[in-house]
Design a protein around this ligand. Structure first.
Ligand SMILES: [Fe+2]
Ligand SMILES: [Fe+2]
Length: 284
């Protein structure tokens, strides 16, 4: 339950247990920091593993069990659905689609992954579930959680993995009055405002699978009455406010700086930068 009408949600994403780029210290520190905050809920928005293997899922489940929080939402990412990993996901974390209902807010999480594909899709067969959950929530603050991003993220090279039905999903979310969308996947933290929604993308919390000059981080979302503040927290380091909005009045501030590209320092006039991107096997 929330304390005195105030909710704190920590969103951690793309921890990638089993990856050679996984840094245990970063995840352990993030968990300690999050437990210190005593959040109302913890969201782990996919890519808990690097390849969906049993041992990596078990490692990730052990880490997730360290959160001292009674409301933990876990959804799979594309890496978790490799090698039939969704079997282990369901055994260790339960349903791939889930809802957490608070007095002041509702959080709906969905699985956008497809077996052995990096591309994402939610699918029309799940729209009724999403619509019903948010419609039943009335005036509560509405939060949607999905691994793949619904809009392109700057500083991520060639765009490949917006979910196939992003247009239809965005229309549905706007129609039912969603306030906040929490995603991951690209390992680049960023936020967009679209209609009355804020689309907040988390970085990777515990890997050096980073693009450009981005750093490992996770999100802290503080909700008090109608006011929502999203902070980006760097493990061991500072936190910074990225979005501050009032869901009732639609007033907002957004503090996103231009995402660093992979361009080298120094003058680049007269040259055309090469396209950036990684091979498909490294797809976020
Ligand atoms: Fe991903
Ligand atoms: Fe990832």
């Amino acid at each position: 339950m929330s304390r005195e009408g105030r909710l704190t949600i920590c969103q951690i994403s793309d921890i990638h247990c089993g990856s050679p780029y996984f840094i245990p210290d970063l995840l352990e520190r993030s968990i300690l920091e999050i437990n210190d905050i005593e959040p109302t809920a913890v969201v782990i928005s996919g890519d808990l593993t690097d390849a969906g293997y049993r041992q990596d899922f078990e490692t990730s489940a052990e880490y997730v069990s360290r959160f001292h929080c009674e409301n933990v939402m876990v959804i799979p990412g594309n890496h978790d659905s490799r090698n039939v990993g969704y079997i282990h996901f369901e055994r260790l974390f339960g349903e791939r689609f889930s809802v957490i209902d608070f007095d002041e807010a509702i959080m709906v999480g969905v699985d956008s992954s497809e077996p052995d594909l990096n591309d994402g899709r939610i699918g029309r067969e799940h729209y009724d579930f999403i619509r019903q959950a948010f419609t039943d929530a009335g005036e509560k603050l509405k939060i949607f959680v999905v691994h793949h991003h619904l809009m392109p993220i700057p500083g991520t090279g060639r765009e490949r993995n917006i979910i196939f039905d992003a247009g239809d999903v965005l229309e549905l979310l706007a129609e039912v009055g969603v306030d906040l969308v929490l995603s991951g996947h690209k390992h680049v933290p960023y936020s967009w405002k679209l209609e009355n929604m804020f689309l907040v993308n988390a970085g990777t919390a515990s890997t050096t699978r980073l693009r450009g000059n981005t750093r490992p981080c996770y999100n802290i979302i503080e909700i008090e009455d109608e006011r929502v503040r999203v902070y980006r927290k760097y493990p061991f380091k500072e936190r910074e406010l990225t979005v501050d909005f009032n869901a009732a009045t639609s007033e907002y501030s957004r503090y996103e700086e231009k995402v660093d590209s992979d361009l080298p320092d120094g003058p680049v006039s007269g040259s055309t930068p090469a396209a950036t991107g990684t091979g498909d096997s490294e797809e976020s």
